[in-house]
Write a protein that binds this ligand. Structure first.
Ligand code: C5P
Length: 246
């Protein structure tokens, strides 16, 4: 049923976008009966540094360190090396070929547990954001171009919205990990003043080929977070069934 043998409790990566490690720990304790994969991003990493990463891993969970490295190749290589050999599962990078290659050289010098994901185009970006940055391609074409390059260079996976996941899965094969943020329960089109633009339900993202969904506020701002997690996991199950060949 589940092509990469990913347990259901690891399909949702909970984005711990909180200002203090103590709050992150409360979220882990509150959700760990249902979840086993957490994301430490810029805010929490700056607040809790490696102590919070180690704490989550020591409790037996997986961690995605989402610092989206972007710098000259040597600096990215040295930064990525800091994530090696400490049990981190996923790390993120973006940039051109030399930057991606540098991050992969760091990964390959480590304990083989770290997977490098290339960020394609942030899920908060819309077409007009690309135009404002002087880019002429459509988002879909740019995501595809970057994901294809990332795969050819040896990345383990990419971060993309669910909207592009179908094309990536169809043309880039099964091996590529697709990690999808911008998940909004009950919404496949943007309908509020959310900063996320390219949004989708967990079910649709999974049907489209995502392996993991990254979810923050829909869970952390919910009145009943565990109920939202349960409903999303039901959706993921349905999505997996819909996409498997019958
Ligand atoms: O709260 P929300 O569900 O929008 O959180 C999404 C998370 O995914 C945030 O932590 C954000 O940094 C992250 N992310 C993203 N788009 C990417 C990569 C990561 O939204 N392309």
């Amino acid at each position: 049923m589940n092509s990469k043998e990913i347990p259901l409790n690891e399909r949702i990566i909970l984005a711990l976008d909180v200002e203090k490690p103590e709050i992150a720990k409360e979220w882990v304790k509150k959700t760990e009966s249902s979840l086993g994969f957490y994301k430490v991003g810029l805010q929490l990493f700056l607040a809790g540094w490696f102590d919070i990463v180690d704490w989550i891993i020591d409790r037996g969970h997986k961690v995605m360190v989402d610092l989206k490295f972007f710098d000259i190749p040597e600096t990215v290589k040295l930064a990525m090396t800091q994530l090696n050999d400490r049990g981190v599962s996923f790390a993120t990078v973006h940039g051109n070929d030399p930057i991606i290659r540098a991050s992969l050289a760091a990964r390959d010098g480590g304990d083989a547990g770290l997977k490098v994901l290339a960020v394609t185009v942030l899920t908060s970006f819309g077409e007009e954001d690309l135009r404002a940055m002087g880019m002429t391609q459509t988002i879909e074409d740019l995501v595809f171009f970057r994901a294809k390059r990332a795969l050819e260079l040896g990345c383990d996976g990419v971060v993309s919205s669910g909207l592009e996941a179908a094309r990536l899965r169809q043309h880039l094969g099964k091996k590529l990990l697709i990690v999808t943020p911008g998940i909004r329960p009950g919404a496949n089109v943007r309908n509020n003043d959310d900063d996320q633009t390219r949004i989708m339900t967990a079910e649709k993202a999974i049907v489209n080929g995502a392996d993991y969904v990254v979810v923050g506020r829909p869970i952390t701002r919910a009145d009943e977070p565990l109920r939202v997690i349960g409903e999303m996991q039901d959706e993921i199950d349905m999505g997996l069934e819909k996409r498997s060949p019958s």
